[in-house]
Ligand binder design. Structure first.
Ligand SMILES: Cc1cc2nc3c(=O)[nH]c(=O)nc-3n(C[C@H](O)[C@H](O)[C@H](O)COP(=O)(O)O)c2cc1C
Length: 503
């Protein structure tokens, strides 16, 4: 991505954040009726100084300021403005890849991980209201699911609201021909990139014929699959993987995987979930907690494959950890640590994980000034989503799901959740559920600006000595910068000191 600075784009950023009067009015009326007061009255009264754009880093984390400053060229990135009614979907006659394929997107510095049952269209729209520049990912979609759908039914699986761009479609599969067919269909929807899942540890999935994490044991097949995906779609293709599988867990083995895939396919960007996977004996959830986290493996890969790009994933708490990690990677000399991916935190604590992302990572104004502001905009989306495919659907419960953890850790959060539960039993619309439940939350919680948090620990990447390849990697010379090799030795001794200090 080119990063030249335009004179200023502030006005276009500001333009994106105008609340819709129709949703505002409806929400205000309902709220007033239910609680005798208007939530929106307060939004209007909120002083400009409380908006996120004016927040300075009060947490004493200079890294974040630095990261934001280094990203100050970002206003040129073209991010579509949220519009509840604008979807991609060739069969609906709404749009094709060409309609949505142009425009300069922000770099993938920060992304929200693919999560089955969570990162659906509703969640992604919600996340996009919180951050305009974070890369969003779909849940994994199995190739055969796409290949069996035609026409409007394919739209229902693949369409997405245009504002979600940049958005990555993650495919699951293990056969080049079926992955190619699915990629060809997916291309028409305007996804930014495709990704192949080689990290899913589900025994069921792995058992269904070399699929998910089991694919890591067959890097030539991964190369064939990703080549076929790229050729059929014309889109960039990335791979999301673990750092090992079962007994195959040495750093040499991981290097072999990366080398074979990158040398035999167009894949140049790997998303490293920095734990190994156990295909037998651990559930997918246990596989996200029990195998030790080894983020330093991603750093070592960046050292050993300087011509490739890496995104690090695993237990980052949100945008502030991401900004600090990004800065740490650059301080260590690794500009090919391209991004940080956050999974569970983006669902469990979406406000703290995401609301300050545009400022902390991209140096631009955050789109949401408060959770009240966010809910107001999400409600506008929810209203337009109901009945799009089937009368009365999605249900209020489905639409409520992304909001459920919005007040995590705040006063009256559990009371709010109970109130939501009760309201969902009584009401069919999200407006009614919110109008009944929100009044239990303190005004200051609803109106507080995005929080600026210190990173959860330091360092975030260099937590142990970098592993070294014991076996020579025949083609590592490709593009290798000798200075990085020297730097690697320095890093190893820095890490040794760090570990000795901690002990
Ligand atoms: C509920 C859930 C569903 C997930 N589904 C997928 C998936 O569809 N594809 C995938 O590659 N990873 C999936 N993951 C793994 C995440 O993408 C991510 O790699 C993992 O949660 C580690 O990141 P975290 O520690 O930030 O959560 C899932 C994780 C969770 C918690």
């Amino acid at each position: 991505m080119a990063k030249t600075c335009p004179p200023t784009c502030a006005s276009s950023v500001e333009r994106q954040f105008q609340p819709s009067s129709s949703a505002s009015d409806a929400f205000a009326t309902i709220t007033k009726e239910m609680s005798g007061m208007s939530i929106l009255d307060n939004i209007e009264k909120q002083p400009v100084s409380q908006t996120a754009s004016s927040s300075t880093n009060g947490s004493g984390c200079p890294d974040l300021e630095e990261a934001a400053t280094s990203a100050s060229c970002s206003n040129q990135w073209q991010v579509p403005e949220p519009n509840p009614n604008l979807y991609t979907g060739p069969y609906r006659g709404i749009g094709t890849a060409e309609d949505y394929g142009s425009g300069q997107l922000p770099p993938p510095k920060f992304s929200i991980a693919p999560m089955m049952e969570y990162t659906d269209n509703h969640y992604r729209y919600f996340a996009r209201l919180l951050t305009r520049r974070t890369w969003l990912w779909t849940e994994m979609v199995v190739d055969s699911t796409i290949n069996h759908k035609v026409g409007a039914e394919a739209d229902r699986w693949l369409e997405f609201n245009v504002c979600q761009k940049p958005v990555v479609l993650q495919l699951g599969g293990s056969k080049p021909e079926t992955l190619a067919a699915a990629s060809k269909v997916a291309r028409q929807y305007g996804y930014t990139e495709l990704n192949l899942n080689t990290g899913c540890p589900s025994e069921r999935v792995a058992g269904a014929g070399c699929f998910g994490a089991q694919l890591m044991q067959d890097p030539h097949r991964v190369a064939a699959c990703t080549s076929a995906m790229a050729e059929a779609s014309g889109l960039p293709v990335t791979v999301k993987c673990r750092i090992g599988v079962d007994d195959f867990d040495t750093y040499d083995w991981l290097c072999h995987f990366i080398r074979v895939v990158s040398e035999n396919s167009p894949v140049r960007h790997f998303i490293i979930h920095a734990r190994k996977a156990f295909l037998k004996g651990l559930s997918p959830a246990q596989n996200r907690t029990i195998p030790p986290l080894r983020r330093e493996y991603a750093l070592a890969l960046a050292r050993d494959f300087p011509h490739l790009r890496f995104t690090v994933n695993g237990v980052f708490k949100g945008c502030h950890d991401a900004a600090a990690t990004y800065a740490e990677a650059r301080e260590l000399g690794f500009s090919n640590i391209e991004g940080i991916m956050v999974g569970r935190a983006a669902v469990d604590k979406p406000w703290t994980a995401l609301a300050d992302a545009d400022r902390a990572l991209f140096g631009v104004e955050n789109p949401c000034r408060s959770r009240r502001h966010l809910i107001e905009q999400y409600l506008e989306y929810a209203k337009s989503a109901v009945g799009r495919d089937k009368p009365g659907l999605p249900s209020a419960r489905q639409l409520m799901k992304p909001l459920l953890n919005l007040f995590h850790g705040e006063r009256n959060c559990s009371l709010w959740k109970k109130s939501v539960d009760a309201a969902l039993r009584e009401h069919k619309t999200l407006e009614a559920v919110l109008a009944q439940s929100l009044p239990v939350l303190p005004e200051e919680v609803l109106d507080s600006p995005p929080p600026v948090l210190a990173p959860s620990q330091s360092p975030l990447l260099l937590q142990a000595p970098l592993p070294q390849c014991e076996e020579p990697q025949p083609n590592l010379g490709l593009g290798l910068d000798v200075r990085l090799g020297e730097r690697a030795h320095e890093l190893a001794s820095e890490a040794d000191k760090l570990v000795a200090g901690a002990a």
